[in-house]
Design a protein around this ligand. Structure first.
Ligand SMILES: Nc1nc2c(c(=O)[nH]1)N[C@H]1C(S)=C(S)[C@@H](COP(=O)(O)O)O[C@H]1N2
Ligand SMILES: [Mo]
Length: 169
């Protein structure tokens, strides 16, 4: 009689790997992005919620000079949905508002509203959900900001969890 090929240990290890993979994909699909602060409609978005927005993509070089195509939704669209002062309303005291964007690792970056608004700039800042056609991996997604005109990618914040709109004073 030949002995069975798979030991109990290797079966247990495989099951554990499968469980981990399932959990990480679950975590990616359920991670939410909250938009709060100076908004009329606070939002809690999951990646599936972004499918109904117009999809935009950018080809950009990463810090190693490698080109990647990111796609997702223009950040301004999300802000408009939340009722942030954009367009004709982005004047006077509203020009002193900023976005504080925070990631799950504690990393934070800041943008002013005028940097994002199409009345002020042609740059389309992206809330990306895919890279080279694949959903953003754990550690990068499900949401990442891509700012094509920044000369270095330090504000391309990975694993975005919250965007707070506030007055600077
Ligand atoms: N959440 C998070 N995003 C981050 C960072 C970080 O530490 N945490 N580092 C930034 C910096 S300094 C750079 S250079 C780029 C690096 O991007 P990469 O990991 O895709 O090469 O990510 C940016 N986004
Ligand atoms: Mo960096």
């Amino acid at each position: 009689m030949s002995k069975t090929k798979f030991s109990k240990q290797s079966i247990a290890a495989s099951l554990l790997l499968l469980l981990c993979a399932a959990f990480s994909s679950f975590a990616q699909n359920t991670a939410t992005l909250s938009i709060s602060g100076e908004v009329t409609t606070p939002l809690e978005l999951k990646s599936a919620d972004l499918a109904s927005f117009k999809q935009v993509s950018h080809k950009v070089k990463d810090r190693d000079g490698k080109e990647h195509e990111f796609s997702g939704v223009a950040l301004i669209e999300i802000l408009e949905k939340a009722g942030v002062t954009t367009g004709a309303k982005l004047r006077g005291e509203n020009l002193a508002k900023y976005l504080l964007i925070s990631a799950s690792d504690g990393y934070e970056v800041l943008y002013s509203l005028a940097e994002i608004d199409p009345d002020f700039t042609d740059q389309v800042i992206l809330l990306a959900t895919t890279k080279d056609g694949q959903p953003l991996a754990n550690g990068e997604g499900p949401f990442r900001i891509i700012t094509p005109n920044d000369k270095k990618p330090a504000r391309w914040i990975r694993e975005v969890r919250s965007i707070k709109v506030a007055f600077a004073k």
